[in-house]
Design a protein. Structure first.
Length: 488
């Protein structure tokens, strides 16, 4: 356990890493993890160094050799047991996330349910990794292909979904037989530490999972990437950071998957069910306080339904209750940092300066790290908020008149992670599913994430997929074995 941990955390947070077979504290320095509602101290955790990263990767190689030798059925059993333990401790995990990240408790409980789904999904896929057998077309010999784990994996996870972004990477990697080293963000490391403890308790060999907490993210991550035993890198975060990591990973010839930034359009066509669109907007925009890569960033609404939709969205925004994430009745918690609040303020101010109308919320109603649910109308196309990720509870609305215009506006971004569209026209549904440029499209729904589906983007939103059968492919490599005809 972290030596200076405060005694009132909702569940045990283990030490940071393991070397020589047991959990041990690395290095000598620590840093503070705070409650985002009031900046009080939650825990002091180890501040790992690049040298610690090197040692941890050495251990991860030993863990890989041990874990890949475990039978697929046993790997499945470990993941299923971890799923059971996460569900048993769902309330405690949700509270821990709300404390260290700030999100309202209902959002945290939803994340635990989503995150645990990956453990179950890949517990069921661990026993279904298959190869291929064929006869050589001329010699009569055999062609055997088999799929093996790629090796030790490095995961760099974001602060906004401390549990789900872990299980979405960890579960398929472990199902495939890989070992994993996770570098969580400095802002929210405690949930990942708790998850690692659960995985060990479920029966995972200690060296098959490591968590490195650090304030020296760049150098420590570089040490992980450049270690000769590292086989795979997966990153979730901003596009600029992803580009830098992809460059490093490319030099090391690593397998990579990058889930990067987004600028999701939320399109409401003239034939849409407006009430359903508003329900979808509540999830797509305000879940997690808008601090999600899948968050609806731009609302493109047909001019014939714009007044009705806008009125409903304003009423929704005014109904959110600001407060500490763990407080009863809170539906919108604090933002994760002062810098995050400042960015939202700047984007809102720029939009208003360029002609947008503040219809609900806004900076004047903010209080420290608490930023209210905000609606902007008549947002001009040159406003920065339409071209940058808001990562906050702000909904900018722009109108359109034709389907072609809506698609053009939706695609007017370098990003292509997710898009949302509301329509009751089956032909239009099929058209926009081909013409809107996004790796994921939600039709008449504000929630696309599902453990059984491939999550990922196109364009500057990255590459690779997490979830579903596609997700485990990221952690498997093919090997071909040539077998001569035994009669020869």
């Amino acid at each position: 356990m972290a030596e200076e941990q405060t005694p009132d955390l909702p569940l045990r947070v283990p030490a940071q890493s393991h070397i020589d077979g047991g959990w041990t504290k690395l290095g000598g320095d620590t840093f503070v993890v705070t409650d985002k509602a009031d900046d009080s101290v939650l825990a002091h955790v180890t501040d790992a160094s690049p040298e610690d990263a090197q040692a941890t990767m050495d251990g991860a190689w030993e863990g890989f050799l041990e874990w890949r030798a475990v039978s697929p059925r046993e790997r499945s059993n470990v993941l299923r047991r971890a799923w059971e333990l996460v569900n048993e401790r769902s309330d405690e995990l949700a509270e821990l996330m709300s404390l260290e990240m700030g999100k309202a408790l209902p959002d945290s409980k939803g994340e635990v349910a989503y995150a645990s789904g990956f453990l179950l999904e890949y517990s069921e896929r661990a026993t279904r990794i298959e190869g291929r057998h064929a006869f050589h077309e001329s010699t009569g010999g055999r062609i055997l292909t088999q799929r093996d784990p790629v090796g030790p994996c490095v995961f760099v996870t974001p602060w906004n979904f401390p549990l789900a972004m872990g299980t979405r990477k960890i579960a398929p990697a472990l199902a495939a037989g890989c070992s994993v080293v996770i570098k969580p963000p400095q802002l929210t490391p405690l949930t990942m530490l708790a998850l690692a403890g659960i995985l060990i308790e479920a029966g995972l060999p200690p060296k098959a999972v490591s968590v490195l907490t650090t304030t020296n993210s760049r150098e420590t991550t570089t040490a992980l990437i450049e270690h000769p035993r590292t086989a795979k890198l997966s990153f979730t975060g901003s596009t600029p950071v992803g580009r830098n990591l992809a460059e490093q990973g490319g030099k090391a010839l690593l397998r990579m998957s990058m889930e990067l930034g987004g600028n999701a359009p939320f399109v409401v066509f003239d034939d849409a069910d407006v009430d359903a669109a508003l329900e979808g907007a509540k999830i797509a925009k305000f879940r997690n306080g808008g601090q999600a890569c899948t968050s609806a960033n731009r609302f493109l609404v047909h001019e014939s339904v714009a007044e009705e939709f806008t009125k409903g969205l304003i009423e929704m925004a005014d109904s959110f209750v600001l407060g500490p994430g763990t407080a009863e009745g809170t539906t919108l918690g604090p933002m994760v940092s002062d810098d995050a609040v400042e960015k939202v303020r700047e984007l809102v101010a720029d939009a208003i300066e360029k002609g947008a109308t503040l219809a609900a919320g806004g900076t004047e109603k903010s209080d420290g790290r608490y930023y209210p649910a905000t609606v902007l109308t008549d947002v001009p196309l040159d406003a920065n908020i339409l071209h940058e990720e808001v990562f906050g509870p702000v909904a900018p609305i722009t109108t359109f008149s034709t389907e072609e215009e809506a698609v053009r506006l939706a695609n007017d971004t370098e990003y292509g992670l997710v898009a949302y569209a509301y329509t009751n026209d089956a032909a239009r549904l099929l058209r926009v599913s081909r013409t809107i440029e996004a790796g994921m499209l939600g039709i008449n729904t504000g929630l696309v994430s599902n453990p059984a589906a491939p999550f990922g983007g196109i364009k500057d939103s990255g590459f690779g997929r997490e979830g579903g059968p596609e997700g485990i492919e990221e952690y498997l490599q093919y090997r071909y074995v040539a077998i001569p005809d035994p009669r020869d």
